[in-house]
Design a protein around this ligand. Sequence first.
Ligand code: SR1
Ligand code: MG
Length: 415
Amino acid sequence: MAIDYEILTAETVPAYIDSNPNLAGIVNTSTLEVAEVGDGNLNLVFVCRDADGNGICLKQSLPYVRLVGEAWPLTPERVIAEARGLAAAAAATPHLIPAYYGVDEEQHVLAMENLMGWEIWRGKLNDGFIHRGVGAMVGEYVANLAFTTSVFALDQMEAKDRMVEAVNPELCRITEDLVFTEPYIEHDNNSFVDEVAPEVAALRSDERLRAEVGMMKYKFMTAAEALIHADLHTGSVMVMTKDDGSGDARVIDPEFAYYGPVGFDLGALFGNYLAARARAEVLGRPAEFKEWLAGIAQETWDAFEAEMRRLWATRPDETWTEAFLESWLAQIQKDAIGFGGCKANRRVIGLAKVSDIETLPPDEHIKAAAIVLRTAAVWIKDRNELATVAASNQVFDDTVTAVARDGVRKPDSEI
Ligand code: SR1
Ligand code: MG
């Protein structure tokens, strides 16, 4: 593959910073320590710290999917979508994202605060750490990003301009394929152990489920409600523990950002909470951790709803009435449950799995996979009847009970 821009390395980063006037004065490059820490699926990430303790983080888009290699080309222009997502969040919730230092569109590099001492939420959930308040913070982030970029807040012409400018087809196609299509068909990107195959077969032969997944995909592809993060899993949230013992959060990585359904961001969180809950269940984590985790989706929803109600009072256009808000919130909650199911299934069956499930010992892995897939299937099919996060949590509890009682599906089993 011919690459027409310089791919950074830990060795070349100091000179790159020196050559970029926008980055002058943030760190002392003569004492800079640089480490490439990208453990995501797409990019290079360099965390840098100088001898005085000042930091910067550079993220560079490769012209292909890092997880797969040059065989899967992908536009490095995605860095512009990420810059757009960061800028919108900086305007709406600056306290919930890293400080943003700008984008280099030629070298496809984004510069931001080095969140020193912060850690990826997924890893902390995997290890059984409680960060109280973080669920609410991500709900607050989703509401503010959604409201401030939607027709609820913007002039109708500006909203259309922003929607056009934020079209992100290559990244959306990844989600369309990996989340909504591939898990439900035979595809080379899928993989799962033999013991999970009967659970996957049950999903694939469920015509109603397939139709409802199609409805969710259709909404993802057509409902341009607001600028959404569009990849808001627990690996896109960094956390730390504050001095008072509560948690703090920063949302990162909005390179999939586009105008899409608001429920998709909440669903991404719900689907990943589901994976974390399944892990906690099969590992028999302490009750305090499991109880906190059991309440996290509700905490996120409650914060989202409260923030939307607060922001609603600022809307300039009285077309959007109080009664409209009630209907809209009810619809978003149903969408979030359905999208949550779609996001969970792909992480068990398709490409780009999650460590919550993948790092479990074999027997626990199989049980957790079954819990996730069965819960997710009900969320997708029955989202309109479930209607609330509380009801979706009950589906999880019932599924845990059923898997403990009956075991996982065997080939040709009737469960
Ligand atoms: C080929 S990219 C795989 C996944 O990584 C990103 O984090 C998104 O979740 C995407 O679906
Ligand atoms: Mg990402």
